[in-house]
Design a protein around this ligand. Structure first.
Ligand code: MN
Length: 364
């Protein structure tokens, strides 16, 4: 029984990173299209950060979600890690094979947020330098977001500013909770202040649910992309909205992936209950939650190349708020690019989805 469970756990990621260029799996690149395909949630890692993850996993030093997720990735090794590490020809070849013109690169989850503050700060800065170097080498193919360490909000805000002004990065990625803490806490708002004044977005990318929430997910194998990631980021985004942070920072741009992590589907009920059942500790918001979603939040299609969900999100948030993403290398599939090319929307809206919205939101 024990053996069986272990095998099942390992096999959770059996489909991850199947190389489309494998012999016996011939690739057929997607057709040429009258728009650029800009993929906006594409992952990478540095050797130093991977080494740091290996040490944490080896020492069982980390929250249950992190140890579950990276325990599996490190155990598996192979092509997934190779692809995360490659910032050169192999990545470009994979992009060409899938018809991707530009990747917006985000340090993979959970970024530097699992490390102690001083180590996190140093690894964020060195990874941003490395990312800028890769972009200088392939300026037509890569753009990127800065990694920051919310453990030290003031330093994180400074690193965001340095990355934007000196390195040409387009915003920051924060991999949801930082050691169980969320950005609705005013202690993090220097980061929002910096992003708003620089007019750059913050991408809230998933990681496994925070320690207080993760256990019932882990024991059922539901802690990662199947559900835990979405629950985690939906909570995080809604926490920011209901905290009043977006009344304080009305120009702040936040991007979330995976079709908006379920939130577009729930908006009517969220609006209704936020008014009807507002808790005493909640500030009085100037607008409905859905109004903030339509003013401050952008969503991407990462991992969800599915017309019913994405067209629904477009209908409630607006065509200008939904951006294409692939989620390379975790969900690297040519057929998903083709599925998205075939969405039942007009030509102008398709160009917005794949290209123009990304150019606007990330100033590409
Ligand atoms: Mn992702």
């Amino acid at each position: 029984m024990k053996n069986k469970q272990n095998t099942r756990k390992k096999d959770r990621f059996a489909g991850v990173g199947i190389p489309m260029s494998d012999p016996g799996r011939p690739m057929k690149p997607p057709a040429k299209v009258p728009y650029k395909r800009i993929a906006t949630e594409e992952a990478w890692i540095t050797p130093e950060i991977l080494k740091g993850y290996r040490e944490l996993v080896g020492n069982k030093d980390g929250d249950a979600g992190f140890l579950s997720l990276w325990g599996v990735f490190i155990g598996r090794g192979g092509i997934l890690l190779d692809r995360l590490l490659d910032m050169g020809e192999n990545r470009i070849r994979d992009m060409d094979a899938a018809g991707i013109d530009v990747q917006l690169l985000l340090l993979t989850a959970p970024g530097v947020q699992v490390f102690r503050a001083d180590k996190a700060r140093a690894l964020a800065a060195s990874s941003n330098d490395r990312l800028a170097e890769a972009i200088r080498k392939y300026p037509e193919r890569f753009a990127g977001l800065a990694a920051i360490a919310p453990q030290g909000p003031k330093t994180a805000a400074k690193e965001l500013e340095r990355s934007f002004r000196k390195l040409g990065l387009k915003g920051a990625v924060i991999n949801s909770h930082t050691r169980g803490e969320y950005l609705d806490s005013p202690k993090f708002w220097e980061i929002f202040e910096a992003a708003e004044s620089l007019k750059v977005p913050i991408y809230i990318h998933p990681q496994t649910p925070s320690p207080d929430m993760v256990r019932p997910f882990v024991k059922r194998g539901l802690d990662t992309a199947i559900m835990g990631f979405g629950v985690e980021v939906a909570l995080h985004t809604l926490a920011i909205i209901t905290s009043g942070a977006l009344d304080r920072f009305p120009e702040l741009k936040i991007v979330i992936g995976h079709g908006g992590e379920g939130l577009p589907y729930w908006l009517y009920r969220i609006d209704y209950m936020q008014e009807y059942n507002r808790q005493a500790f909640m500030p009085k918001l100037r607008m409905l939650p859905s109004d903030y979603m339509k003013r401050n939040i952008y969503i991407t299609t990462s991992g969800l190349p599915w017309a019913p969900a994405i067209t629904m999100a477009q209908s409630v948030l607006g065509m200008d708020r939904v951006l294409y993403a692939m989620d390379y290398p975790y969900q690297y599939r040519v057929e998903e690019v083709v599925m998205t090319d075939r969405f039942p929307i007009g030509a102008a809206d398709k160009k917005n989805l794949f290209q123009r919205n990304a150019e606007k939101v990330f100033s590409l």
